[in-house]
Design a protein around this ligand. Sequence first.
Ligand code: DP6
Length: 325
Amino acid sequence: MTIDATARAHPNMALVKYWGKRDEQIMLPSTGSLSMTLDEFPTTTTVQLREDHGPDVLELNGAVAQGEPLRRVTRFLDLVRERAGSEARAVVRSRNEVPTGAGLASSASGFAALATAASAVYELPQDTRSLSRLARRGSGSACRSIIDRMAVWHAGEDDATSFAEQIEAPELAMVVVVVDAGGKKVSSREAMRLTAATSPFAAAWRASTARTLEEMLAACREGDVERIGELAETNALRMHAVIQSTVPSVRYLRGASVGVFDAIEQLRADGLQAWGTADAGPNVVAITRPADAAAVADALAGHGEVRVVRPGPGARLVDERVAPV
Ligand code: DP6
């Protein structure tokens, strides 16, 4: 029997956002979403079964983690154990290669890597669909980081039908602009709850996102980069609008973030094609064509640290192990 396995996964950036759950228990989203898996900032995770009867242990970036991160990993492993009919506890060692304060969410890459490594050690099904369904239970957006390059997450009706799969799309590049490296005050999970509970616009957001997803899928099939960019920017700004409309209001974009959206609009007026998006934080990502990425990065460099990223691989097992602390 295998007693340890290591997997690597990358973050993904949504072009059609996931913002809201239909069922928080089994993590069904209110709508489908679509994203690009990045080729940078991987998380590498080793899961090692414990031979003694000690509790689950989490080592994160070289330090023992307690509190909520450990509870989330234990809850996830409980689900894995239930499915595997196993009682074995595990040591989970995880390392994020996000440059300090890049502000990119690591929960998607984290749970994609954990689902992949845990499925190997606990001998659960390891086909892409099973891994995507399992990763979803840890963090919704993690189901998309299982997938190579571009992924659509089908909202689905139940656990079996809510998973991500690869789609064909034209070659894209993204320029990550780190305007603020600080952590966020309200987690996505919490802010999603607040949106459902307090925003008068929540239903309109769901309806418009479902329509945008259909249009985005068509634009990807047709290879229409301009349409992809326009749809992605509108969808991101609508997500931030619905988030701001909560009580109390949550505002992830800062003045500097709005400055980047303005700069991107100016680039377009000057003839360079780029469109903005942002997740639940202040950093802005410009979507562009690979041939324009260097020029867009140069133009936005005054707004923060910039990094060009491209489509990357889905989660996979690797040979190396994350070293113990
Ligand atoms: C703004 O997947 O982190 O990045 O499912 O509660 O763990 P949970 O939330 P999470 O939310 C991601 C929100 C987003 C949009 C997106 O990635 O689609």
